[in-house]
Design a protein around this ligand. Structure first.
Ligand code: SF4
Length: 383
């Protein structure tokens, strides 16, 4: 059983069910043959874990149902999860991820009842040829239809929209990626965009294609050129670049993801889900069938981290955001003086990579281009 903290806590529910595998995907997710016939038992176990969470009487701060493609659960099962997770009251934000090909009007009652306040959709690209290259099941026509429906949900029920796009795809040009952004925004008024470069994960179909030469992906310089022109374009459209890969209009940040980037407490339930509560991490086995057959709370591996490890994790997460590190809070939280600890490493960084004041240390867009390099320099200073 998890020991729940008295303060704010977010909840993440993981639904690792996909209809087919995208060629670049390195996430844990199971194909239809594994999960079909198990959506009810998977939902039941999640609901029983939520119900047995103990004497918590406050609403979750945020709730996020992600995957995989949670739409595979069906609207009825999603409703069971959403209701169970909101018995103690409404979270500040409730996000559900869906794949475009799975999204239709049957989801609208969830918005109408305010069980869901934010819809996150993985569009990736509007280019049919590129969708095929990265092995997406969805078509460009699916993407168009789903974006128009999402816009309808936004207009009718005030749902916030977040759209994921991938860039630096094989043979894609920066102009083509900008065209994707323009097309998406012509179909829906998304207030949040996530922009990821295609990366080659070991063991994926894409990795094999790159190895045998059938697909070529952009190198680091190519990716940087892409990102620079797309970031500039999004600034021009009024989006705030508030995290390395995330953009928001009118302060509509992903509150749930901000919890991760602040290393605040969140509980993750479901096969493959991770949690962080105080100095503890939990990780559930990546075994969807095992999850449906075991007792509630079986299979969550617990690990304790010390202050140094927490400070390192915090650096890696917080420096992804435009707010960076609040030095006073860093001291209150970890008992560490940021300037005393990191000033030598900071001095070895290019001045254009960061903004350093008495109160804060944050990375600039120039710095985000070399974030890993900066993090290595800082982390080396942690004993
Ligand atoms: S839909 Fe998402 S989780 Fe499923 S295979 Fe594609 S990238 Fe992976």
């Amino acid at each position: 059983m998890f020991s729940l903290p008295p303060g704010d806590l977010s909840l993440y529910l993981h639904i690792p069910m996909c209809k087919s595998r995208c060629s670049y995907c390195g996430f844990y997710s199971e194909p239809t043959a594994v999960w079909e016939g198990r959506v009810a038992s998977y939902t039941e176990r999640l609901v029983s874990e939520i119900d047995q969470l103990g004497t918590r009487d406050a609403p979750f701060y945020t709730l996020y149902i992600g995957g995989g493609d949670p739409a595979n659960l069906t609207v009825e099962n999603l409703r069971l999860l959403l209701t169970a997770a909101q018995r103690q009251g409404r979270p500040r934000e409730v996000t559900v991820e869906v794949n475009p090909e799975s999204f239709d009007e049957s989801f609208f009652p969830l918005f109408e009842e305010r069980l869901v306040t934010r819809l996150s959709m993985g569009i990736q690209t509007m280019d049919q040829a590129l969708l095929s290259v990265i092995g997406r099941r969805t078509t460009a026509a699916d993407n168009r239809r789903a974006l128009s429906l999402a816009q309808e949900a936004r207009a009718r029920y005030g749902v916030d929209l977040s759209i994921d796009l991938m860039v630096a795809l094989p043979n894609q040009t920066a102009a083509g990626a900008i065209r994707d952004i323009e097309t998406v925004l012509s179909l829906c008024e998304a207030e949040h965009l996530s922009l990821y470069c295609l990366t080659v994960e070991e063991g994926t179909a894409l990795a094999r294609q790159v190895q045998d030469g059938t697909v070529t992906v952009a190198d680091e310089d190519g990716q940087e050129a892409f990102l620079r022109s797309l970031w500039a374009h999004l600034h021009g459209l009024g989006f705030e670049h508030y995290e390395v890969s995330n953009f928001a209009k009118n302060g509509r940040y992903s509150r749930h993801n901000c919890v991760y980037w602040s290393l605040d407490d969140y509980l993750g339930l479901g096969s493959g889900a991770a949690s962080t509560i105080g100095s503890f991490h939990w990780q559930q086995n990546q075994d969807l069938i095992g999850y449906t057959e075991a007792n509630p709370f079986d299979g969550y591996e617990k690990e304790e981290t010390d202050t140094w490890e927490q400070a390192e994790e915090y650096l890696m997460m917080a420096l992804r955001t435009t707010w960076g590190i609040d030095k006073v809070r860093f001291f209150e939280r970890f008992g560490l003086d940021f300037d005393r600890m990191f000033s030598k490493a900071v001095a070895r960084c290019e001045p254009t990579w960061y903004i350093d004041s008495a109160q804060n240390f944050a990375i600039t867009e120039d710095g985000w281009m070399v974030l890993d390099e900066i993090l290595v320099r800082l982390v080396m200073e942690i004993p």
